[in-house]
Each structure stands twice: as C-alpha cells, then as structure tokens.
Design a protein around this ligand. Structure first.
Ligand SMILES: C[S@@+](CC[C@H](N)C(=O)[O-])C[C@H]1O[C@@H](n2cnc3c(N)ncnc32)[C@H](O)[C@@H]1O
Length: 440
C-alpha cells in the first residue's frame, strides 16, 4: 500500500537547499527556492545561462563540479535535477543517510518529497499533489488558478471582480490576433485547424512583463499553459517557468551560441520548425515583444514559413520600471511626452540611429534601456546639447522583482553615482522632472 503524502509548507528563508544539476530542470526549480528566500547551493559542472545569471548576481552559490556527500552539510532539503539515475540514486542515498528530504526529478517514486504544482495569488499559495501524476496535479492547479483569478483580488482577498477577458468568447481557443493579417497574407492556416489530419502548430509571441511573474497578461498566461514548447529569454520571470507542465520542452534562447544575428536566425528556425512539426510554441520574451525585443523579426520569419502567429503584448520595463520606483512617465503639468530610447550604442557610434542632440532639446521624460555601459557618454551628450545637468534622473535595476534597486540622482551625476552604487543590468534610466514628482 502506498501511503498518502503529508502536505507541508516549508519555510526555507535563510535555510540551505542543495540543488544538484545545472540544466533546464534546475533552471525551472531554482527561482521558486530563491523566492522562498532559501540559501541555494547549486552543484553542477555546468550551468544554463539563466542559472549563471543568478550566480553572477550573487543570488546563489555555485560549486562547479559533480556532487560530493559533504555538499549536503547543513542542508534542509535537496533537489536532484539530473537525469542520470545512478548519480541521482547516490545523491538520494546520502540524503537518506542524513535524514534530509530529497526531491528527484528523474524518479518520483524514489523521492522522499514531491514538489507540487503551484499557483500563487498574492499571499495565497495553492499547492496540488496529483497522487504521483504531475499532469493531474497541473490540471487541478490550472482549474484552481482560474477560479482564484475570478474570486480573489491581487492581494489574495476575496473580490467580486472578474478577471480581464474572462467573459464568454472574449478569448476563445482558436484566436490568432495581432498578426493574423501578416500570417494570413502568406497563406498560413489558422490555429486549431488540421493539416493532413495532424494538429497544426502555431507560435505565440508573448510578453512576460518586466520581472514580477504576476505582471504577465491573462492571455499570455493562458497561452503559456497551452504550450508544448516554450522558447524563453534570459529576462523572463523564472517563476513562470517553474509552473510549466513537466513535459513542456523549454528552450533557453540565451543559450544559443553564435553572435546576436546568427542566434536570432537560430531562434527563428526553432520557432518555425517546432510549429511546422505541430507544436504549440510560446516565444516568451521579457517586457513587451516589440520593445527592443526583436519580436518583429520573429513574426516575419514565422509568416514567411506560413506559421500562424499570435502576438500578446506585455508590460514593458520602459514604463513599469519607472512606475515601480514611484515615477510616472507623464504627469499633468510636468511632462507631456515620454521617449523610450536604446542606449546600447554610444552616441558617437556610426551605427547609432538615435538623434541624441534632438532628444536633448525635449522637455519631457527620457527612458533609456540598455544604457548603463554608455551612460557617461549619453549624459555628456545630452548636457552638451542643452539638457540641464540638474535635471532629475533615476536608475531602476531589476524592477518589480524582490531584488529591485533604485538610484536617484541628476543628469550631471548619475553616471558616476551608478558606478559608486555598483548598479547592474537589467536597468532602466529615467531622465526628467517626473523623477521627483511624487516624492512627498
Ligand atoms: C533587450 S531589452 C528588452 C526590453 C523588453 N522587451 C521590455 O519591453 O521591457 C532589455 C533591457 O530592458 C530593460 N529591462 C528589462 N527588464 C527590466 C527590469 N526588470 N528592470 C529594469 N530594466 C529592465 C533593461 O534596460 C534591459 O537592458
């Protein structure tokens, strides 16, 4: 007889959790552990770029080698995220010897603890165990999540509000929106139609929002739960990946080698190939897919191959990051325009398409993405062309996440202050009088 599991909510804050393995399973599991405040020790010879980014940001400790028994010293929990059954068994044997609960990605029956399917709604966490069947757990979890979205407000308190788009027919199962014109022009079949008796694949370009997993749209989330394949960028909220079905193929787009343009070709090809093979593909991108997200190139590649595309806009960091720092990009009587600009090229770069001299003449809000590296040159150029050095400025790093940092300064000093404060990408720079508008 198999006994029922005993449900618990582990309070992992500051407690050591060892994750063995540095691949896609670990990439999906680590964000929830970090969200719980766990002191994560990752043991793996190699890491995915997403995990390496967490290491680089100092959020977890990495031991770059294979597992050794002493790795479990001081651990409360171990997650085995490797698919080599012998190696996994030896980790769980050491864990059992030391009475440490062990989650096994490779073999649920050999595990002493199971990870449930989870949905989070403000302070409410619902965890579902499906009697050893992860698909059943996901199905029940999805139903509960939909119910909670209708019944609870974002703070987890009861509400009578319906969620956006939940009215009948508003977001039917075969909608192909936004890009239908383009895809249709190339003769693509609609989503849900059959091709030679086989399900037709499709692609959705989904904006994941700036970092807080609750800032994905309802439609984006629904498409994510329907996906067979998810091609994710480095900046997408890790907790969204944690909630994917276990059978979903997760492609880490930041892992694709080659330079930026070859890598983009590879991504386009992956989207097209998987969709033509019949898969429902979600291309999950940080913020909005069309704001410095190369979404347009991906749409054109899919359209050229006759693959239907849905575009789901996302909450862009260019507006959300200032908002998260208490800065409205417009304010009555203060700023009547805001301009979003990429600072990835220096103002004197021959490849730059930005008229920094013209931007210096504007009075409104300037939001600079990807601008940290060139910030000294950018601010000097703006000042040289007339923007006053005392103009308020702010930098918002990792906006809307638990590690958000905010720096307030002026146009003349922000580049030096940034270095002194050791702020790092991803960050948005905001310049303009709106920066101090809401300060008491
Ligand atoms: C390639 S662009 C993608 C922008 C994205 N498509 C959007 O709409 O937010 C990446 C840049 O967006 C900004 N960014 C994205 N997420 C951010 C966040 N959570 N906090 C601050 N800046 C962010 C940073 O300037 C980063 O270098």
């Amino acid at each position: 007889m198999t006994a029922n599991p005993y449900p618990l909510g582990l309070r992992l804050h500051g407690r050591r959790v060892v994750v063995v393995g540095g691949g896609t399973v670990a990439t999906r599991r680590v964000p929830a552990l970090l969200d719980a405040g766990a002191d994560v020790l990752l043991v793996a010879p190699e890491l995915t770029p997403a995990l390496r980014a967490q290491v680089d940001a100092g959020r977890l400790h990495w031991v770059p080698r294979r597992f050794e028994p002493e790795d479990l010293d001081g651990a409360w929990l171990v997650q085995v995220a490797i698919d080599d059954p012998m190696a996994a068994a030896s980790v769980s044997a050491v864990a059992a010897e030391r009475r440490i609960f062990c989650v096994r990605a490779d073999d649920r029956r050999a595990a002493t603890a199971w990870t449930p399917a989870v949905t989070r709604h403000g302070p409410v966490t619902v965890a579902v165990l499906g009697g050893g069947d992860p698909r059943r757990a996901m199905t029940v979890r999805d139903a509960i999540r939909d119910l909670l979205a209708v019944r609870l407000g974002s703070d987890g308190t009861a509400s009578t509000r319906g969620r956006p788009g939940s009215s009948a027919g508003a977001t039917g199962g075969t909608d192909v929106v936004g890009a239908t014109g383009t895809a249709g022009a190339t003769g693509a079949t609609g989503a849900g139609s059959a091709t030679g008796g086989r399900r037709a694949g499709r692609v959705a370009l989904v904006g994941a929002g700036p970092g807080d997993p609750e800032l994905i749209t309802v439609k984006g989330w629904r498409l994510l739960t329907e996906a067979d394949v998810v091609v994710a960028d480095r900046l997408v909220p890790g907790l969204l990946l944690d909630e994917l079905r276990p059978d979903v193929e997760l492609v880490d787009a930041s892992k694709i080698p080659y330079g930026p343009s070859r890598a983009q070709e590879e991504i386009n090809q992956i989207l097209v190939d998987r969709a033509l093979a019949g898969a429902v593909v979600v291309r999950l991108k940080g913020g909005d897919p069309y704001v410095f997200g190369r979404g347009g190139e991906e749409l054109l590649a899919c359209a050229a191959a006759g693959v239907p595309v849905t575009v789901v806009p996302g909450v862009t960091s260019s507006i959300a990051a200032p908002a998260a720092a208490g800065i409205p990009v417009t304010h009555r009587g203060v700023a009547h325009e805001f301009t979003v600009v990429s600072g990835h090229l220096a103002p004197d770069s021959p490849a730059s398409l930005v008229r920094w001299d013209a931007l210096a003449g504007l009075h409104g809000t300037l939001v600079i993405l990807m601008g940290l590296k060139n910030l000294a040159a950018i601010t000097a150029t703006l000042i040289a062309h007339g923007r006053p050095p005392q103009t308020p400025a702010a930098v918002v790093q990792e906006a809307t996440t638990g590690t958000q940092r905010i720096l307030r300064s002026t146009l003349g000093e922000v580049a030096a202050d940034l270095l002194a404060a050791d702020l790092r990408p991803p960050a948005v720079v905001v310049v303009g009088d709106v920066v101090g508008t809401l300060d008491g």
